[in-house]
Design a protein around this ligand. Structure first.
Ligand SMILES: [Ca+2]
Length: 102
Protein backbone atom coordinates (compact mmCIF):
# COMPACT_ATOMS: atom_id res chain seq x y z
CA UNK A 1 0.00 0.00 0.00
CA UNK A 2 1.27 3.36 -0.97
CA UNK A 3 1.80 5.93 1.76
CA UNK A 4 -0.44 8.87 1.31
CA UNK A 5 0.71 12.30 2.31
CA UNK A 6 -1.29 13.89 5.01
CA UNK A 7 -1.48 17.30 6.49
CA UNK A 8 -2.96 18.73 9.62
CA UNK A 9 -4.42 22.16 9.37
CA UNK A 10 -4.35 24.09 12.58
CA UNK A 11 -6.36 27.25 12.58
CA UNK A 12 -6.44 29.57 15.48
CA UNK A 13 -10.06 30.51 15.89
CA UNK A 14 -10.52 33.87 17.56
CA UNK A 15 -12.04 33.56 20.99
CA UNK A 16 -14.44 36.22 22.19
CA UNK A 17 -13.31 36.90 25.74
CA UNK A 18 -16.20 39.23 26.54
CA UNK A 19 -19.11 36.80 26.14
CA UNK A 20 -21.17 36.63 29.34
CA UNK A 21 -18.57 38.44 31.44
CA UNK A 22 -19.81 41.08 33.92
CA UNK A 23 -20.80 44.19 31.97
CA UNK A 24 -21.57 47.71 33.14
CA UNK A 25 -22.81 50.93 31.61
CA UNK A 26 -23.18 54.52 32.74
CA UNK A 27 -26.99 54.38 32.73
CA UNK A 28 -29.70 52.12 31.39
CA UNK A 29 -32.64 53.14 29.22
CA UNK A 30 -34.76 50.30 30.63
CA UNK A 31 -34.14 46.90 32.22
CA UNK A 32 -34.72 45.30 28.83
CA UNK A 33 -31.55 46.99 27.55
CA UNK A 34 -29.12 46.22 30.36
CA UNK A 35 -25.36 46.23 29.80
CA UNK A 36 -25.16 42.43 29.63
CA UNK A 37 -27.24 42.36 26.44
CA UNK A 38 -24.23 43.67 24.52
CA UNK A 39 -22.03 40.69 25.34
CA UNK A 40 -24.61 37.91 25.64
CA UNK A 41 -23.28 36.10 22.58
CA UNK A 42 -26.30 37.02 20.46
CA UNK A 43 -25.42 39.35 17.57
CA UNK A 44 -29.01 40.31 16.66
CA UNK A 45 -28.99 44.03 15.81
CA UNK A 46 -32.70 44.74 16.25
CA UNK A 47 -33.08 46.21 19.71
CA UNK A 48 -36.70 45.05 20.01
CA UNK A 49 -35.46 41.45 19.88
CA UNK A 50 -33.82 41.96 23.28
CA UNK A 51 -30.15 41.54 22.53
CA UNK A 52 -28.82 45.11 22.65
CA UNK A 53 -27.84 47.36 25.54
CA UNK A 54 -28.84 51.01 25.59
CA UNK A 55 -27.93 53.84 27.92
CA UNK A 56 -30.53 56.35 29.05
CA UNK A 57 -31.66 59.25 26.91
CA UNK A 58 -29.91 62.38 28.09
CA UNK A 59 -26.85 60.61 29.48
CA UNK A 60 -24.21 63.26 28.76
CA UNK A 61 -21.31 60.84 28.68
CA UNK A 62 -22.47 57.29 27.92
CA UNK A 63 -20.03 54.45 28.42
CA UNK A 64 -20.10 50.68 28.51
CA UNK A 65 -17.52 48.32 30.01
CA UNK A 66 -16.82 44.67 30.63
CA UNK A 67 -14.67 42.93 33.23
CA UNK A 68 -12.71 40.23 31.43
CA UNK A 69 -11.51 38.84 34.75
CA UNK A 70 -7.85 38.88 33.80
CA UNK A 71 -5.37 40.60 31.50
CA UNK A 72 -5.21 39.31 27.94
CA UNK A 73 -3.36 40.34 24.81
CA UNK A 74 -6.13 41.77 22.64
CA UNK A 75 -6.17 41.41 18.88
CA UNK A 76 -9.54 42.94 18.05
CA UNK A 77 -12.36 44.82 19.69
CA UNK A 78 -15.64 44.49 17.83
CA UNK A 79 -18.62 46.74 18.52
CA UNK A 80 -21.86 46.35 16.60
CA UNK A 81 -24.58 48.96 16.95
CA UNK A 82 -28.27 48.57 16.34
CA UNK A 83 -29.36 48.62 12.72
CA UNK A 84 -33.10 49.00 13.12
CA UNK A 85 -33.31 52.76 13.35
CA UNK A 86 -31.77 56.12 13.67
CA UNK A 87 -29.74 56.38 10.51
CA UNK A 88 -26.25 57.69 10.99
CA UNK A 89 -26.75 59.54 14.26
CA UNK A 90 -24.23 59.09 17.04
CA UNK A 91 -24.53 55.43 17.99
CA UNK A 92 -22.55 55.70 21.22
CA UNK A 93 -25.64 54.84 23.31
CA UNK A 94 -26.34 51.34 22.06
CA UNK A 95 -24.41 48.16 21.59
CA UNK A 96 -25.73 44.88 20.24
CA UNK A 97 -22.47 43.02 20.18
CA UNK A 98 -19.27 43.69 22.03
CA UNK A 99 -16.45 41.30 21.43
CA UNK A 100 -12.83 41.14 22.50
CA UNK A 101 -10.76 38.68 20.56
CA UNK A 102 -7.28 37.36 21.12
CA1 LIG B 1 -26.19 40.95 22.00
Amino acid sequence: MKNRPFMFLVAQVPQDLAVNKPAFQSSTWSAAYSASKANNGDADTYISHGSCSHTAAGDPSPWWGVDLGAEYPVEYVVITNREDCCGRQNRSKDRCTFGVET
